[in-house]
Design a protein around this ligand. Structure first.
Ligand code: CA
Length: 685
């Protein structure tokens, strides 16, 4: 009798094990997700691409104050539904997205009969998933004390990660703000710099099998921003909540929401190459606009005195100079940074705004987010953290015709701070204001969720190059990371493109820029944000190459299409973006060695190309001519920068360090990078 029972049990277990594994594939069937549950283990999922393991069995589930959704979970049912939809989205890497995926809903039940669903969306290169909880046992709200959600990588994996900093450190105790330094190709065994794991997005190289980018989206006032833990045994990274010390210790680390309700989506982008990583739209595919706007927000370029002229420039006369400079460049905006409330004063701001408008330039004004979460004294303070004062202030801004605000120095990633981001965005839209965040977290689907959101810093941005030489020295390395990591998942308000060689007011002191002018131009393509406040200065009209200034007058800030061409994070990148019918292609190399590439550039076939490149002495050169005659003269004298690319060109060489060896329509294209820190920009019309 005893023997029969155990056989039965074994058979039950076997049956349940078989029954409790669900497989779903992406539309082209290369990406495969397996979800499994057995009473003895945590529920889990794993991901393969073309049969290669990208994520090993990784845990699912969460602990909450209404029940344990980790132990003894049973998979009680599942359903698969195809999704096929097209949406349009301005201000991201592409303007039209065709999203096709298979949605898998897995119904789980814990031993007490409490229910939780895990909703997966599997497209050709992305898996997104989130938890949804119904009302249960009469309970209408839940606090999530910890998530089990994890990402377990194969042994051969190396990492490209940005550490989470300690809380309440740095300038006026404003960290964390996603401004730490990445390590490239680090072993998984490395510990994070501060011992707090890593901020999203997190890039992993699965040896020679491919790449995985992990991030999250759909985070609004109903959850906290999460991050990845340090690695634990078995190469497992788990979702971690904000640190208790963030936001000056105020607010809980544990998110809470009403039932029925859902967590944010966690996203896993998978590619055999880096192309699906760079081009992914999963961050926006799975979210929806949270409100409609009646305003027609116009994106564009801006000047920004603070980046080079710093606090001393926040006075009426210097702002007039930068407004005039914006007008001379044909830019839409000027950004007036901190201290305008006291150094210019509210009354004179009115006449300054009128002056700007008379020049066809609109304004963004800076605010501190504070609050009780840092020591910021730069004004205006204490206008954005309180709904009553905030709405009064925004009403005033709207009455003056201000078009946007830049809100700085947020307190971290707790749900309380996520609610502040959302409240600022929502109130700002009521007053026709666009919003840029600085000293902040990464956006998490916000380009689609909030119609007046236009960018976040959340990167070691241009200001650091002014603050310290180290960041100038590392500029090329960092620029070759962002198109693969930070900027993949959202707008990046970098504030770049210096044409000053020395990063101070008079272009004669301070830190020294290590990269070339053309490198700077290339970053306008590499770094995507719909409102770009460039780091140009009025003196550049006189001391910079007219070629560069003319380019900067015409460069767009929105893109219809983005294509990864080639590259390796931290080493070099070749990226193309299309604006209307015009392709822009940027190629930059962070290394000291020449990189020779064979590139497939079908967008160039049969087209006239304008080429901006560094010559042998790192000077600017350009070409926009198409005749063979001129081409020949260019070949003989590369340092003059007269050169051309057009139809039926071959055997073109621009010198020993940089050269385009062949260009045949509909064929391959050879590009030879010069040594170190140089760049090339192509524009094809
Ligand atoms: Ca900053």
């Amino acid at each position: 009798m005893k023997k029969i029972i155990s056989t039965l049990l074994a058979s039950c277990c076997l049956t349940s094990l078989i029954a409790q594994e669900v497989v779903v594939k992406g539309p082209d069937e290369k990406l495969q997700l397996v979800v499994s549950a057995s009473p003895a283990e945590k529920p889990s999922y794993s991901i393969t691409y073309n049969g290669k393991t990208m994520l090993e069995k990784s845990p699912l589930g969460m602990n909450t104050n209404i029940g344990d959704f980790v132990k003894g979970m049973k998979l009680t049912g599942h359903a698969v539904t195809p999704i096929d939809t097209v949406y349009h989205q301005d201000r991201i890497k592409t303007s039209k997205v065709h999203y096709q995926a298979n949605e898998l809903i897995c119904n789980f039940e814990n031993p007490k009969g409490q229910k939780i669903d895990v909703v997966f969306r599997v497209s050709n290169h992305d898996v997104a998933f989130r938890y949804t909880l119904p009302r249960q046992d009469g309970k209408g709200s839940v606090t999530v004390t910890a998530e089990e959600t994890g990402f377990r990588f194969p042994q051969q994996t190396t990492t490209f990660l940005c550490p989470q900093s300690d809380a309440m450190i740095g300038w006026k105790r404003t960290k964390p703000s996603y401004e730490e330094e990445y390590k490239a190709d680090a072993p998984m065994s490395d510990r994070s710099q501060y011992g707090h794991g890593y901020t999203f997005p997190c890039l992993f190289r699965i040896g020679d099998d491919g790449w995985v980018l992990v991030s999250e989206t759909g985070v609004d006032s109903r959850y906290c921003g999460s991050r990845l833990s340090d690695v634990s045994e078995g190469n497992l990274y788990t979702v971690a909540f904000p640190m208790a010390a963030e936001n000056n210790g105020n607010g809980t680390s544990a998110p809470a929401f009403a039932l029925p309700g859902a967590t944010p989506w966690r996203t896993i982008t998978v590619g055999e190459t880096l192309k699906p990583i760079v081009e992914t739209t999963v961050i926006w595919d799975v979210v929806r606009p949270l409100y409609e706007t009646k305003h027609d927000y116009r994106f564009g370029r801006g000047t920004w005195s603070w980046i080079l002229w710093q606090d001393g420039s926040i006075n009426y006369d210097d702002q007039v100079r930068y407004i005039d400079f914006a007008a001379a460049m044909g830019y839409e905006y000027a950004l007036i940074d901190n201290w305008w409330d006291t150094n210019i004063g509210r009354d004179r701001m009115k006449s300054l705004i009128e002056y700007a408008r008379s020049k066809g330039v609109e304004l963004f004004l800076w605010y501190s987010s504070s609050g009780y979460w840092n020591d910021i004294e730069q004004g205006p303070v204490n206008h954005m953290d309180n709904a009553i004062i905030r709405k009064r202030e925004m009403k005033w801004l709207q009455s003056l015709g201000v078009k946007g605000i830049k809100v700085d120095f947020f307190g971290g990633d707790k749900q309380e701070t996520m609610r502040l981001y959302e409240d600022i965005l929502s109130d700002a839209d009521d007053h026709g204001l666009m919003v840029i965040f600085h000293g902040c977290t990464i956006p998490r689907g916000w380009e689609r969720m909030y119609p007046n959101y236009v960018g976040s810093e959340a990167v070691l941005a241009s200001e650091n190059m002014v603050f310290g030489q180290h960041f100038c020295d590392e500029e090329a390395f960092n620029a070759c990371l962002h198109p693969f990591i930070r900027n993949v998942v959202g707008c990046m308000e970098f504030g770049g493109c210096f044409l000053n060689k020395r990063l101070n007011r008079n272009n004669d002191g301070g830190t020294t820029r290590r990269t070339t002018d053309i490198f700077q131009l290339a970053t306008t393509i590499l770094f995507q944000n719909p409102v770009q406040n460039f780091a140009l200065a009025p003196n550049n009209l006189k001391d910079a190459s007219p070629v560069c200034v003319d380019y900067m007058k015409t460069v767009p800030t929105t893109w219809d299409e983005t294509r990864f061409i080639d590259g390796y994070p931290g080493k070099y990148v070749v990226l193309a973006r299309r604006h209307g019918d015009t392709w822009y292609l940027a190629a930059v190399n962070a290394g000291k060695e020449i990189v020779k590439l064979k590139l497939d550039l079908d967008m160039f076939a049969g087209k006239i190309v304008s080429l901006y490149k560094d010559d042998k002495k790192w000077r600017t050169s350009t070409c926009d001519v198409e005749s063979k005659r001129k081409r020949k003269s260019a070949t003989g004298n590369p340092s003059t920068g007269r050169c051309c690319i057009g139809e039926q060109l071959d055997d073109i060489s621009f010198g020993c360090e940089f050269g385009i060896n062949t260009l045949i329509p509909n064929s391959h294209f050879y590009l030879l990078f010069t040594c170190g820190l140089v760049a090339t920009v192509f524009i094809v019309q």
